[in-house]
Design a protein around this ligand. Structure first.
Ligand SMILES: Nc1ncnc2c1ncn2[C@@H]1O[C@H](COP(=O)(O)OP(=O)(O)O)[C@@H](O)[C@H]1O
Ligand SMILES: [Mg+2]
Length: 313
């Protein structure tokens, strides 16, 4: 089981503060009028269909997008890629796994400050890199080529790179995408542990039942912030319709709010009347739904409008 409660929300200065931020890329605003606050110790999930701007929101916090208007601050300073204070774990699909580096070298890349020209800095950096690998249980993989890692080990290696500079905020882009169920649960446990050690976490996902429903706080995104709140409030047919542009019935199951997928019927008996959903039974995606690879309800035809529209995911 995951920790039922998030790390206690702390008071004080926000880590992230976006005020009326309109941001995107050269000549194209992707996010408009975004207001968002992340406090120390928060654990936030950014939920939305492909192309809704989840990655762009993470990159805005990193200072890696164009901010057209509004104020974007991290730890009280304007976001700036050159002195980013957040650790970032990109989507694993975007990484070139044939790039000839070892796990240890990947983790060392997370040292953004310090001067690599001075050997004593480098020795100190290796010490923290090893301590971080130890913390994530991958110390024995230090000399392994990144191509030789399992999905869970890949995720840990890049988590270590993000954590090595000891950031107060960790940003993760779809950390559970494309991994099997066991790895997904491992990754989520690890993130909850880190959160309980005081690291604020913001992660994107478009997996509602297996991921978002377990997070303490969700922010629904579709080019802007559609809604935010705990899953019990945000996972509602109205908000999901606004976010995904599709009908998504919602049920309560063992105290959790989950999406009951509209029944899909393909093939010979495809037009048989469905009876599996909507009558208080557990929706199939909770347990062995079968689409074990991605596992997300949202990938199964719901966000029709948004899917395929960008190819950016
Ligand atoms: N580097 C880029 N340059 C221009 N447009 C981009 C870039 N990256 C993403 N976009 C556009 O921004 C929109 C949102 O993309 P993204 O933030 O990747 O969405 P998500 O992560 O929710 O799938 C898409 O329309 C996409 O085409
Ligand atoms: Mg994305």
């Amino acid at each position: 089981m995951l920790h039922p409660f998030p790390h206690q929300r702390e008071s004080g200065q926000p880590i992230v503060e976006l005020k009326n931020v309109t941001a995107g890329y050269e000549g194209q605003a992707v996010l408009s009028e975004v207001n968002l606050t992340i406090m120390p110790g928060d654990f936030v999930g950014f939920l939305g269909p492909s192309g809704s701007g989840k990655t762009t929101l993470l990159r805005t916090i990193l200072g890696a997008t164009r901010v057209f208007s509004g104020h974007a601050q991290v730890n009280g300073k304007r976001v700036d890629r050159r002195r980013s204070l957040a650790g970032y774990v990109p989507q694993l699909e975007t990484i070139d796994w044939n790039f000839p580096v070892t796990v240890g070298e990947v983790v060392m890349m997370g040292h953004t400050r310090g001067n690599p020209l001075f050997p004593w800095h480098r020795q100190a950096d290796w010490r923290t890199a090893r301590a971080t690998m130890e913390r994530l249980g991958i110390a024995d993989l230090e000399d392994r080529h990144i191509r030789q890692l399992s999905g869970g080990q890949q995720q840990r290696a890049f988590l270590a790179r993000a954590l090595v500079s000891n950031p107060s905020l960790l940003l993760l882009d779809e950390p559970t995408r494309g991994v099997d169920i066991k790895t997904r649960d491992e990754v989520m446990h690890l993130l909850h542990e880190l959160n309980h050690q005081g690291v604020a976490i913001a992660m994107t996902t478009h997996e509602i039942n297996p991921v978002a429903a377990y997070l303490p706080w969700l922010v629904c995104i579709k080019g802007q912030i559609v809604a935010e709140g705990p899953p019990s409030q945000v996972i509602s047919p109205e908000i999901l319709h606004l976010t995904y542009g599709a009908e998504m019935p919602v049920i309560e199951y063992e105290g959790m709010t989950l999406v009951a997928e509209s029944p899909h019927h393909f093939g010979r008996n495809g037009n048989r009347k469905a009876s599996a959903n909507g009558n208080g039974r557990a929706p199939e995606p909770v347990t062995g739904h079968g689409h074990s690879h991605h596992g997300e309800a949202a990938d199964h035809g719901h966000p029709v409008g948004a899917h395929g529209a960008s190819g950016a995911d």
